[in-house]
Design a protein. Structure first.
Length: 609
């Protein structure tokens, strides 16, 4: 896959997609909706197109000055642009943000921020923040990915041979496209290595290529800001924050090394400058690039917030150490810029991305409380959770002195209600962290909790009166083992209450249509952002299929309801979450009627004979 010189087909698809979305006026609609959300954008730099520099800026990390100036004018027209510190402060208190608040950030600290971005910012009187990887400034050393790009781009050889997976691998460098592809592959590899192994591989590249950025760094377009430039910008609305010293990915370092990178850059900035932000920006900034220990280091050293590169709007419920940002690299095309900054692009990617990746993000962000908090949020997801829970409790009825098995318990979403109703509860979840959290949240003589899954429950035969499985079946590869296991652990006349996504709900139908339409241009999108396409695994059921499966395993269906009637289809549901919830609330009475096939999911009670 050559992600950065898109193929003709990919290019056509991309143009087609941009045009289609532009005609639909999605960016404009997105601006009208979700006024209460804040936006943080991320640039890396601004530089005029140049030639004869190897493969410099082939990933379009720096956009052109003309595009940048136009973007600023557009942002100023449509948003209230605040200094980042003010935006972060107002995020912490509900209702304090002006509608459509936005903050502008630059990462890394390249000299071109001063030469090509700052003049426009000053002219338009727009505040911005620069997060500096301080090695660029002092002692004035190139960052690792720039060394790589330079060595690959300036080598006089037609190929280089590198140690790779315990053997050797040849990387062709005959054409610019080959150089870009080689750079891409090696860069991704280094990101996954420990810092030590990564720098060894990088040195091998420089030795093999016979080109080293360090020798020409200060005259190269990879050079960093000077202290004088930084101070001058600080006098005109630019604030400065830390972004480590060497731009190492923090989760690949030991905690001591990570702390050194964070505090080293922060202390140096504070020694040299009067004002430094107590906000940090993670190198690379994806969910895998930092972890709970990184956040602990930030807290201990007095940082009150940190910026990721997870593309999303920033609402007030956010963890301040995982603030999202929209990256505006490679947005010279104004349509792509508008789609990115208004969140349409990330919405599409959430729709089309594999569930696993989404869950990983969400899981991380949570840690804990926010998963449970999702149940209380006024979002469509929160409403769906609440409806599912309400109907489940309604179906269960009185359960005093019964033994209830809660499979997929999460951090204990139903636990409190079940205990209050007098049941003894066995909570089971596949994620150890969830069980830990549940144990920390609830202590009760009638509560037990253990790690496990529905296909192997590890409980004695006929030991439970009721088994609940919400949001479980869709992630299995078949129903067989799960139903067999439920039948085994339930007593005679015991009941299983399970939820299933409804295949024919209009909302799911529409998502499938979108998926089919956008599959091709989406591939192009993914190619541009360097991701490989994945299939989406998420099973959906028809009412008939649920009845058939239940019968097959000897269960009798005694109750069948629909939950969450989502009338507003994607992307309107995401743009107008309150309206979506209000409409679904009005339709909730359809749960047990013939119209239940309109619901996004079913909840079913199955009785063991
Ligand atoms: Zn960076």
């Amino acid at each position: 896959m050559i992600a950065f010189f898109p193929t003709a087909a990919g290019n056509t698809a991309k143009q087609w997609l941009f045009t289609a979305l532009d005609i639909l006026q999605l960016p404009r609609l997105a601006l009208l909706s979700r006024r209460d959300q804040a936006t943080i954008v991320l640039y890396h730099g601004v530089i005029p197109p140049r030639s004869g520099e190897g493969i410099f800026n082939y990933r379009k990390k720096f956009i052109g000055p003309q595009a940048f100036a136009e973007q600023l004018v557009w942002l100023k027209r449509h948003y209230v642009i605040l200094p980042l510190a003010e935006l972060v402060e107002r995020l912490a208190g509900p209702g304090q943000l002006p509608p459509r608040a936005l903050a502008i950030t630059f990462d890394d600290g390249y000299d071109n921020v001063y030469t090509h971005a700052f003049p426009h910012l000053r002219r338009l009187n727009i505040p911005a923040s620069v997060f500096v990887a301080t090695d660029l400034v002092q002692p004035g050393k190139p960052l690792w990915f720039d060394r790589l790009e330079y060595a690959i781009g300036h080598s006089r050889k037609n190929s280089i041979i590198l140690p790779w997976d315990g053997a050797f691998r040849e990387f062709p460098l005959s054409t610019l496209a080959e150089r870009c592809a080689s750079d891409q592959t090696i860069r991704q590899r280094i990101k996954l290595l420990t810092a030590r192994a990564g720098s060894k591989l990088l040195e091998a590249v420089e030795n093999q290529a016979g080109a080293e950025l360090a020798k020409t760094f200060s005259a190269s377009p990879y050079r960093g800001l000077s202290w004088e430039q930084i101070k001058e910008m600080q006098g005109s609305g630019i604030t400065i924050g830390a972004h480590t010293r060497s731009h190492s990915i923090l989760s690949r370092l030991t905690p001591a090394e990570a702390e050194e990178e964070i505090t080293g850059s922060y202390l140096l900035l504070r020694q040299r400058l009067k004002d430094v932000l107590d906000i940090f920006a993670y190198p690379n900034g994806q969910p895998d690039d930092f972890d709970a220990s990184t956040i602990a280091i930030l807290r201990q050293n007095g940082f009150r917030a940190a910026l990721s590169t997870i593309p999303d709007l920033a609402g007030s419920a956010r963890n301040p150490y995982v603030l999202p940002r929209f990256t505006l690299d490679n947005t010279d095309d104004p349509r792509l810029f508008r789609l990115t900054v208004t969140g349409i692009r990330s919405m599409l990617s959430q729709l089309l991305r594999p569930r696993r990746a989404l869950a990983a993000d969400e899981y991380f962000e949570t840690s804990a409380e926010s998963y449970a908090k999702a149940y209380g949020e006024p979002t469509p997801e929160g409403f769906s959770f609440r409806e599912r829970k309400r109907l489940t409790l309604e179906m269960i009825g009185p359960i005093r002195d019964q033994r209830v098995l809660d499979i997929g318990s999460g951090p204990g979403v139903l636990t409190e209600e079940l205990l209050e109703a007098g049941a003894s509860v066995m909570a089971i979840d596949i994620a150890p962290a969830m069980i830990e959290l549940l144990k920390a949240r609830f202590r009760h003589p009638r509560l037990e909790a253990q790690v496990g899954n529905i296909e192997a429950l590890g409980l004695p035969e006929r030991s439970c009166d009721i088994a609940i499985a919400l949001g479980v079946f869709e992630y299995l590869s078949s129903d067989q083992h799960a139903l067999g296991e439920l039948k085994r652990v339930l007593k005679e006349s015991g009941r299983a209450i399970a939820s299933f996504p409804n295949l024919w709900s209009p909302w799911r139908l529409w998502n499938r249509i979108l998926l089919a339409i956008f599959k091709f241009p989406w591939r192009a999108f993914q190619a541009l952002s360097g991701h490989k396409p994945h299939p989406i695994q998420h099973r959906e059921y028809t009412a008939a299929a649920i009845r058939r499966v239940a019968r097959q395993y000897g269960f009798e269906i005694t109750d069948f309801a629909g939950y969450n009637f989502k009338l507003l289809l994607f992307p309107l549901d995401r743009m107008f979450p309150r309206l979506t919830v209000a409409a679904a609330e009005r339709m909730a009475s359809l749960a047990r009627t013939r119209l239940k096939f309109l619901a996004t999911g079913y909840i079913v009670t199955m009785k063991k004979p």
